[in-house]
Design a protein around this ligand. Structure first.
Ligand code: N01
Length: 491
């Protein structure tokens, strides 16, 4: 097997994906003095989720001071919770500042990878059949990338526009149009208030009413920005304060029947009182434990759905018609466009591409049952010299995902350095180490509200949670401080 790609270059590391995680990984490698790496991205630009999600109102529901790299504070955030555009701009800034442009290659969809144990080399293949080789591979492909669209009959008959929120057409003007929005998750509660004032009519199809708590989103004053520029420690302190709040207040809220969970539910119920019409309030009242699905933050969703041009429909959707949608009760709604705010196919626990490890074992086989599992969410027994960013059970339910990715980037960098500096063929996490980690996590899952009886993208088809970390982000990050070679088999 060749050790080179089609252009003849050998890499130490290939990073697949250039969203927040891939960029983080690239920065960490550079910081460690490792320069012989490439970042392969299937799209035509960096930014991942923040490149793809550009629907009106798209913003982060984690405060910007925390939803940014700890080593690269941005004193110029314009609001407490930044917009998608502003976050995408921040990622570009980081790519430039940390010199990642020369490492990036776009239009590279990796479809398969094979590890050659005798050579200690990965060989990746892209969709055009070209190969790339490297000692180590880091998969940073993201977990919520591919839209999940309902398979409704008659879609081909419908003459209007259909758009998933993650594939928003910026050229589509909603003004004066009749719009149907399907879904009431995190994306829907942002897009609905953003378009409601401009559309003629908005028909919102709700299958499950979500829990929503108020979101206070003040602009950041020029004075505050100057203060952050002049005294970076102030911004650092603010970041620490927000992290502490999410850890001490929001994390315990996912513990089933905890006092804080009850407090959060009371806050959300009180928020619901903003809905004046009792019949509408009844429709919007959730029937599951708060925290079972992602808790949503919004102060403009309830006001928007009470406007005269909005209808909330709780009947199921049976089909498209030529002119709109038909419910399972036979009611039809004529609309100019259908916005699918229906979420994503969750790929956190699916192999990012076809992966062949030691003895030709595939990751698909390893994960066929009991679902995705990786040591600390990053390493898989049987798949050596391969690390994941935001792999199984490393998603946060309560705070910034970047706390996790930063910890992973540093841990993986230590692994890379160990392999390169010690001239190892490969490192392969030991099976008992992985199993122990996984069993402990799944045991803790039982005490969370995520498995308390609702349907969400957190759970797989067996009702198991292989997506989120059942603990504090700081606990996870502390556990990632040291790469321990003794936990790995060396080849
Ligand atoms: O997707 P979702 P999302 N007919 O899966 C409904 C992140 N995010 O894009 O609840 C009718 O949460 C479905 O109904 P139900 C964040 O991690 C972050 O909103 O399954 N309805 C639900 O209401 C989030 O968790 C930000 O009964 C159908 C909705 O569609 C994740 O992305 C912002 C249906 C899907 O909700 C996903 O959020 C936005 C059907 N056939 C997103 N199929 C931040 O601010 C599905 N639904 C960081």
């Amino acid at each position: 097997m060749s050790n080179t790609n089609d252009s003849g270059h050998r890499y130490d590391v290939i990073i697949v994906g250039s969203g927040f995680s891939g960029v983080n990984m690239g920065i960490a490698l550079k910081h460690a003095g490792i320069d012989n790496f490439i970042i392969l991205e299937q799209a035509d630009d960096v930014g991942g989720t923040w490149r793809d999600n550009v629907y009106p109102g798209c913003a982060c529901d984690v405060p910007s001071h925390l939803y940014s790299y700890s080593f690269e504070p941005n004193p110029d955030w314009s609001t407490a919770y930044s917009s998608s555009d502003e976050i995408e701009g921040y990622i570009h800034h980081c790519v430039d500042k940390y010199g990642l442009r020369p490492h990036l290659k776009f239009g590279e969809e990796i479809v398969a990878g094979t590890f050659d144990a005798s050579a200690g080399q990965w060989r990746l293949r892209n969709a055009d059949g070209q190969h790339y080789s490297a000692r180590l591979v880091v998969s940073a492909v993201g977990g919520l990338v591919n839209p999940s669209e309902p398979n409704l009959p008659g879609r081909e008959l419908y003459t209007g526009k259909v758009m998933h929120t993650a594939r928003w057409d910026r050229n589509f003007d909603v003004r004066g149009k009749r719009i149907a929005v399907v879904g009431t998750g995190a994306s829907a509660i942002q897009v609905v208030p953003a378009i409601q004032p401009d559309v003629e009519e908005l028909v919102l199809f709700q299958r499950t009413a979500p829990w929503i708590v108020p979101k206070v989103d003040p602009s950041i004053s020029e004075g505050a920005k100057k203060l952050f520029h002049r005294f970076p420690l102030v911004q650092k302190g603010l970041r620490g304060g927000i992290l502490a709040l999410t850890e001490l207040v929001f994390a315990p809220m996912v513990i089933l029947d905890s006092p804080l969970q009850k407090l959060l539910e009371a806050a959300a119920r009180s928020n619901l009182k903003k809905v004046k019409d009792p019949a509408l309030r009844e429709k919007l009242t959730p029937t599951f434990h708060i925290g079972c699905k992602r808790v949503l933050f919004s102060s403009d969703y309830y006001p928007a759905v009470q406007q005269d041009n909005v209808q909330v429909i709780t009947d199921g959707i049976a089909s498209f018609t030529e002119t709109g949608l038909k419910t399972d009760k036979g009611e039809t709604f004529d609309v100019d466009a259908v916005v699918l705010a229906t979420g994503f196919r969750v790929d956190i626990t699916n192999p990012p591409f076809e992966i062949h490890g030691l003895d030709d074992v595939t990751l698909a086989d390893l994960w066929s049952r009991p679902g995705g599992k990786a040591y600390k969410g990053v390493a898989i027994n049987g798949i050596p010299n391969f690390f994941m960013m935001l792999g199984p059970n490393t998603g946060p339910g309560h705070t910034s995902v970047l706390i996790y990715t930063e910890a992973q980037a540093d841990y993986i960098t230590q692994a890379v350095k160990t392999v390169l500096d010690q001239g190892l063929g490969y490192v392969n996490v030991k099976r008992p180490v992985l199993d122990h980690w996984h069993e402990k996590l799944q045991h803790r899952m039982r005490y969370t509200s995520w498995t308390s009886g609702c349907q969400s993208w957190y759970l797989d088809e067996h009702g198991e949670n292989h997506t989120l970390f059942p603990g504090l982000a700081t606990e996870y990050a502390l556990g990632m401080r040291h790469f321990k070679l003794e936990e790995y088999e060396v080849g």
